[in-house]
Ligand binder design. Structure first.
Ligand SMILES: Nc1nc2c(ncn2[C@@H]2O[C@H](COP(=O)(O)OP(=O)(O)OP(=O)(O)O)[C@@H](O)[C@H]2O)c(=O)[nH]1
Length: 206
């Protein structure tokens, strides 16, 4: 999809989560280093890209708000929206976002994870996920989902966990960089598997 085949280190990361958790503001913070910028009217389905240096190596990251326009989360295979399925399937990594102020959005993460896993099911690929607790700048009395609850869910989902604030920028670049590291490691691993497969073939033929 948006991964440029001429650039070996370009990644598309999809943001999924309940409405109003801060997906648009997160993208705005990451791409423009701005919180107020309204991205609503932009062609967000193609995503927004930014160059980033991770561990001394340049990369291009495209962030994509899959549920822009309030598309429904696919709950069952038969009611899957094809456009959502395609966007989900083609992304390289995923940010599962909730707001620390919303127990509802926190509960919603499981359905979002299921939708991502189903989209990646054929061919069977284990999606690279990060659970993100956004709006961690909000006052303590507004924080209704604890860090411990977030960490426990991340363990259950077997994925990374991060706290962010799209408002202050806290943790935003860091979580994207961490996903890039995992995606690069996965790519190296796949390349090694492929080359050992080819080597095995030639060894057997001798
Ligand atoms: N304090 C604070 N407010 C935030 C943060 N992120 C988003 N918000 C606010 O939360 C509201 C929703 O943010 P959006 O970025 O539009 O949320 P969204 O997930 O894209 O919402 P949908 O487009 O409905 O899916 C806005 O009023 C933002 O100003 C944050 O990190 N801190």
């Amino acid at each position: 999809m948006t991964t440029d085949t001429h650039d070996p280190d370009a990644w598309t990361i999809a943001l999924v989560g309940a409405p109003a958790v801060g997906k648009t503001r997160f993208i705005s913070r990451f791409v423009l280093d701005d919180f107020e910028e309204d991205l609503e009217s932009s062609p967000i389905e193609q995503g927004f890209s930014r160059k980033l240096t991770v561990d001394g190596q340049k990369t291009i990251v495209t962030l994509l708000d899959i549920y822009q326009g309030h598309r429904k989360i696919p709950q069952q295979p038969h009611d899957d929206d094809t456009a959502v399925q395609t966007l989900l399937r083609d992304a390289d990594g995923y940010i599962l976002m909730y707001s620390t102020t919303s127990p509802y959005a926190f509960q919603d993460i499981v359905a979002h994870t299921r939708a991502v896993r189903r989209a990646k099911a054929a061919p069977a690929l284990d999606p690279v996920l990060a659970l993100v607790a956004n709006q961690n700048d909000r006052p303590a009395q507004d924080q209704e989902v604890t860090r411990a609850a977030g960490e426990a869910l991340a363990r259950e989902l077997d994925c990374a966990f991060a706290e962010t604030s799209a408002k202050t920028g806290d943790g935003v670049d860091a979580v994207v960089a961490d996903l890039v590291r995992v995606l690069r490691a996965r790519k190296r691993q796949d390349a090694r598997k492929q080359s050992s497969g080819v080597w095995g073939y030639f060894t057997l033929r001798r």
